[in-house]
Ligand binder design. Structure first.
Ligand code: ATP
Ligand code: MG
Length: 364
């Protein structure tokens, strides 16, 4: 039996509360013969309290050795005064950097039971299931020169520079096509090749990789402004959207709002493929933060964290049937009206974090 090594980093605030529900689900699959090995370690404020760092070298080594890292959330007012280098968020930044996580995956899924909570009409979003693949380590956020200078005439001048290399585009393109093959076999590549040189290169590279390695997957090119419009008009036309750092930042927030609460949104960050094993470094985390305002009260919605584990099943472990089964269990629990306060409709009784986890296990 293959074993899948998971490192759990619950973190701070509601992180440990929602991670506990994931552990129940891991336990359920393990009892039915799926080989999960789990370890748990500290990150963020809880690591600072114990070790005066935001993540220890030992935890980093465990993350590096794991097949997937599940990350809860970090931070909170308790650590507002800690030195900048060891602030809770530094733990996540170190993980991203040292694991080389250059691809950020943000799904937008609309469960039929929650379609009325969307800002769009039910028929536009019901059953929506798309993923935005955002390049995370290059582009205009990091390109040089980057400066804000005062000119001789007293005016100021600001410069940001968008830079992409062939290699950076190739690797994010491969992530998107690999993903599409585990889904509905369609990639939409989004850039502005009509006005940007980086867009021209992006389109060329995506087309070349498609032709050489993934010609069985459908590819379309969509200009980023049109893509934003289409996401709001008819989001179900998409499967996987691949785009750069800046456009991905914007498009993934649009996609998130198609589907409702922060407590529902999972994400993944993937790194380079190991040429020997074919495995990618991967970190899965909910989009939400540590939510100090509700922490410790059993109110947090665990579905974003559970959905992040579902992404690990699908994209790190290739357990597609198990991932489908988990998705279906979540959908059924929502349809039965078992919901935390953030997604309970008017006149509905809200239940606690643990009730949702228990109900999902029961559905499984
Ligand atoms: P970050 O830590 O990334 O800066 P933030 O402070 O912007 O995040 P969160 O900590 O995610 O935001 O919380 C924003 C709001 O959403 C809060 O009111 C919080 O209670 C609510 N919220 C976040 N996650 C959940 C959840 N899983 N269930 C219910 N409510 C949530
Ligand atoms: Mg926060």
């Amino acid at each position: 039996m293959a074993t899948h090594k998971l490192l759990l980093l619950p973190g701070d605030g509601i992180g440990p509360e929602v991670m506990r529900e994931v552990e129940k689900i891991v336990g359920w699959f393990r009892k039915r013969g799926v080989g999960f090995e789990t370890e748990t370690d500290l990150v963020g404020g809880s690591a600072y309290d114990a070790h005066k760092v935001s993540i220890t070298d030992a935890a980093m080594a465990r993350a590096d050795a794991a097949d997937a890292v599940l990350f809860g959330a970090v931070g909170g007012p308790k650590w507002d005064g800690v030195p900048y280098e060891v602030r809770p968020e530094a733990g996540l930044l170190r993980l991203r950097k040292e694991l080389g996580l250059f691809a950020n995956l943000r799904p937008a899924i609309c469960y039929p039971a929650l379609a009325d909570a969307s800002s769009l009409k039910r028929e536009v979003v019901e059953g929506l299931d798309i993923v935005i693949v955002r390049e995370l380590t290059g582009g205009v956020y990091f390109g040089e020169p980057k400066e804000l200078v005062t000119l001789e005439n007293g005016q100021q001048r600001a410069v940001d520079t968008q830079v992409y290399t062939t290699g950076e585009i190739e690797r994010i393109t491969r992530v998107a096509f690999d993903l599409a093959k585990k889904r509905r076999n369609k990639v939409s590549s989004s850039e502005k090749s009509n006005v940007m040189k980086t867009g021209v290169l992006w389109r060329q590279v995506v087309s070349r990789i498609h032709k050489a390695e993934f010609s069985d997957v459908a590819l379309e090119h969509v200009l980023a402004d049109n893509c934003a419009m289409q996401l709001v008009k008819n989001p179900k036309q998409f499967d996987v959207i691949v785009t750069d750092n800046l456009f991905g930042d914007i498009l993934s927030d649009i996609a998130a709002m198609l589907t409702g609460s922060l407590g529902m949104l999972p994400s993944a960050s993937l790194g380079a493929e190991d040429p020997q094993t074919g495995k990618r470094k991967a970190l899965y985390e909910p989009v939400h933060g540590s939510a100090p305002d509700i922490a410790g009260r059993g109110l947090a919605n665990p579905i974003a964290m559970i959905g992040s584990f579902g992404m690990a099943l699908r994209y790190s472990f290739g357990l597609l049937d198990e991932a489908d089964r988990l998705d279906k269990a979540i959908a059924n629990v929502l349809a039965a009206g078992i919901r935390t306060k953030d997604i309970a409709g008017p006149g509905m009784n809200a239940v606690g974090t643990q009730d949702v986890g228990d109900a999902i296990v029961k559905e499984l």
